[in-house]
Ligand binder design. Structure first.
Ligand SMILES: Cc1cc2nc3c(=O)[nH]c(=O)nc-3n(C[C@H](O)[C@H](O)[C@H](O)COP(=O)(O)OP(=O)(O)OC[C@H]3O[C@@H](n4cnc5c(N)ncnc54)[C@H](O)[C@@H]3O)c2cc1C
Length: 532
């Protein structure tokens, strides 16, 4: 087996796959090492019986013609990856205190709807529209990187953005609005980062919000189709992909190269490394070099995001007749979204948890994710990680009776709650499976079972997050630790990491093109078989 490469990528989530493909297309020899049984990180789907489930993608933004993710994928030669647009008249439904808000495509259309529902807040909504417009402009900088002149332009045109940078979302929405339900509308998608408004970063929350306001999409074939397209393209460009390879050490050697050890006892060397792991364990295993002082401080204090509980179910219910569509439901049942999180953050399971409910078969009808007349249903909520901590280090599927009982109890709870929208669901459930923070730890090594990388509090976003280049020549970072969570953001971080690695390789005089394969092609990417 070949052991020397221009670049080694550790981890094959959205960030690692993107960085690896960009560098392979640029002609460098690339090795991708994945700890899991399958490639893809949170893009990795799983199949049970005839049901296909996605774990880490329920919708993405910016995938329409000419939009940022579409352009990124096309630039990587992934034109064949297709997306189906979720009904622009109803992307998300936020169920609040006797009020339902619908997220519609377009900042203007959305604000106009809210003005009709909250006439007393019309002027406030107009002021807030400017803030959201500025967030749209900022979001366009992901791929090019936020240069001083671009940021300067946005700040000149919408100085309100300055007030978002260090503020919690709750402060910003409370300053703009008085109606509790209207405040809750803007806190509703907080689940996309797993934080209540009092703790969530205002800027990151609103960037996520505007990401979907530009239109929301579902990958045809699910997240597995995205993963497979990347893996196929990587193989075509001569990259080496190895699964079941937990990287246990990254050492910076005297000559400037890196040596990587895997749990199988292999040793690989590379001129540059892109780490798609969480940044904290990256530096914990780094030997022979230290990152800069700012990064060292972050390693000590960076808090992980919350863990989730996900129910994956199959049903023979007529879900459309019950009122479900391709829209996601965020069920809160209250306008006090902070209260919904308070118990969880206090380490206890709430009696009445909020949840996210979605029917992927309605988003991707052409891919036959379930047999005719049947549907997949996914329910996601947040849970106190501490409940699951005792089970983290036990082997998957053999975590014992107490773990299974806890999973069963929570599965029942969420299926029962979902009957608010799917009455009779439990009697029509054909299959269920659940994923816990322990699952996330085992399958994608999410630190503390967290699903979004480091938490997106005001101190842990933008400059508070990890930089692409942490101050170790040749080492760059990709994934949720860098720009933030979300598939597109992680892809963008992969592009930035690839750019940094290339800059290093050019500086070191490494010429692209000397990457002739020495091993046989491994064949098509593994499809839809990993567990949740
Ligand atoms: C339930 C859920 C729902 C979500 N819904 C959405 C959504 O609708 N839209 C959206 O945009 N985002 C969503 N996300 C978030 C999104 O999926 C993630 O932010 C994104 O996919 C993370 O990509 P990443 O590049 O950080 O890599 P990850 O997916 O975290 O992958 C990192 C990879 O590195 C590997 N690794 C770690 N350590 C090592 C090691 N030592 N050696 C080798 N390999 C290692 C892991 O096994 C893993 O495969 C969701 C996430 C979850 C969990």
């Amino acid at each position: 087996m070949r052991t020397r490469f221009d670049v080694a990528v550790v981890g094959t989530g959205a960030g690692g796959l993107t960085a690896g493909l960009k560098l392979a297309r640029d002609g460098y020899s690339v090795l991708l090492l994945e700890a899991g049984k399958q490639f893809g990180g949170m893009l990795n789907p799983f199949r049970r019986r005839d049901y296909h489930f996605d774990v880490g993608v329920h919708y993405v933004g910016e995938a329409g013609e000419g939009q940022a993710m579409r352009r990124l994928l096309d630039g990587l030669g992934l034109e064949a990856m297709r997306f189906r647009e979720i009904n622009p008249e109803c992307i998300d439904r936020y169920m609040l205190d006797g009020y339902e808000a619908r997220l519609v495509k377009g900042v203007d259309a959305f604000i106009d709807r809210l003005k009709a529902d909250f006439p007393a807040e019309r002027a406030n909504l107009d002021r807030f529209r400017r803030v959201m417009d500025a967030c749209v402009a900022l979001s366009k900088m992901n791929f090019g990187g936020p240069t001083a002149s671009r940021v300067g332009t946005v700040l000149r045109e919408a100085p309100e953005v300055l007030r978002l940078l260090r503020a919690p979302l709750g402060d910003v929405i409370n300053r703009h609005f008085s109606d509790p339900n209207l405040r809750a509308v803007f806190a509703g998608p907080g689940g996309d980062i797993g934080l209540p408004p009092s703790r969530a970063s205002a800027i990151y929350s609103l960037l996520v919000f505007t990401h979907y306001l530009g239109g929301a999409y579902y990958p045809v074939g699910g997240s597995g189709a995205m993963r497979d397209a990347y893996v196929e393209a990587l193989e075509q460009h001569g990259a080496e992909l190895l699964r079941n390879r937990l990287v246990t050490s990254i050492e910076k050697l005297h000559g400037g190269d890196f040596a990587l050890l895997t749990s199988k006892g292999e040793r690989f060397t590379a001129r540059a490394v892109v780490s798609n792991m969480d940044a904290v364990p990256t530096f914990e295993m780094l030997e022979g070099a230290e990152p800069n002082v700012f990064v060292r401080r972050k390693v000590k204090r960076m808090r992980p995001s919350l863990g989730s509980f996900c129910v994956f179910a199959a049903t023979d219910m007529d879900v459309a007749k019950a009122g479900m569509s391709d829209a996601n439901i965020w069920h809160y049942g209250t306008s006090d979204i902070d209260a919904g999180y308070a118990t969880i953050l206090d380490g206890r399971m709430p009696d009445n948890p909020f949840y996210f409910l979605t029917v992927p078969t309605l988003k991707d009808p052409e891919s036959k994710r379930a047999p005719e007349g049947q549907h997949t249903v996914e329910i996601v909520s947040f849970v106190p990680t501490g409940l699951f901590k005792p089970f983290f280090d036990r082997p998957t599927k053999r975590r014992g009776a107490a773990y299974e009982a806890l999973k069963q109890e929570l599965t029942e709870l969420f299926l029962e709650r979902a009957e608010t929208y799917l009455p009779g669901l439990r009697d029509h459930t054909l299959y269920t499976e659940a994923a816990t923070p322990a699952t996330v730890w085992s399958y994608v090594r999410g630190r503390d079972g967290g699903i979004y990388g480091p938490d997106h509090t005001p101190d842990q976003v933008l400059l508070g997050r990890f930089p692409t280049e942490p101050g170790v020549p040749g080492l760059s970072l990709a994934g949720a630790s860098v720009l933030g969570c979300g598939v597109m953001t992680c892809m963008a971080s992969g592009m930035l990491a690839a750019r940094a690695a290339k800059k290093h390789l050019v500086h070191e005089g490494v010429q692209p093109g000397a990457k002739a394969r020495t091993t046989a092609t491994k064949g098509a990417a593994p499809r839809a078989s990993a567990s949740a």
